[in-house]
Ligand binder design. Structure first.
Ligand code: HEM
Length: 144
């Protein structure tokens, strides 16, 4: 059972977090290049849609992650608690700042692409740290 849950957890991370990371990273540069033509707007709308839709799929990552953790009995391990906190911060950053920021750019409201780029960089870094924690598991008593 644990193997199935862990497989679904990693699969969800690849399929959902991957596209959000790529599309969110492409958005600021596309916004900077945009001259307001229909083609440019279609590109920006598509990138924003990928971020939004795959962010919803992304909910499966912590769901299967928590199920895996409870099946392994590691729910209170320090590395896991830090991962959960970082995952929460990344989710809030995406839902409360990055996605609304992209919407503002799409609506021609002021939101500097450079700021969006910086926030997206922090967002990507958070995933990188979480993945390293998932693999290195410092302080794990389960014998990584
Ligand atoms: C609430 C958030 C999360 C929880 C509770 C969680 C939980 C877990 C658990 C319990 C494992 C199994 C570790 C083991 O084999 O002992 C695991 C593995 C893994 N997780 Fe997460 N996870 C979370 C978020 C994430 C995120 C956001 C990503 C990727 C962006 C991710 C990627 C991975 C990967 C790649 C593995 C496989 C590592 C390995 O088994 O060597 N996890 N996770």
């Amino acid at each position: 059972m644990t193997k199935l849950l862990l497989s679904l957890h990693v699969l969800a991370a690849i399929i959902a977090i991957g596209p959000v990371t790529v599309a969110a990273s492409m958005f600021p540069a596309a916004a900077r290049r945009s001259t307001g033509t229909d083609r440019d707007r279609t590109t920006l709308r598509l990138l924003h849609r990928i971020c939004r839709v795959y962010a919803l799929f992304g909910v499966a990552v912590p769901v299967f992650g928590l199920a895996t953790a409870s099946s392994l009995g590691v729910l209170t391990d320090a590395w896991l608690l830090v991962s959960i906190a970082l995952t929460l911060i990344a989710a809030v950053l995406l839902g409360v700042v990055i996605l609304p920021g992209q919407s503002k750019v799409l609506a021609d409201e002021p939101f500097p692409p450079a700021r969006l780029g910086m926030l997206t960089g922090i967002f990507n870094l958070l995933w990188a740290v979480v993945v390293i924690l998932m693999i290195v598991r410092p302080g794990s008593t389960t014998g990584a």
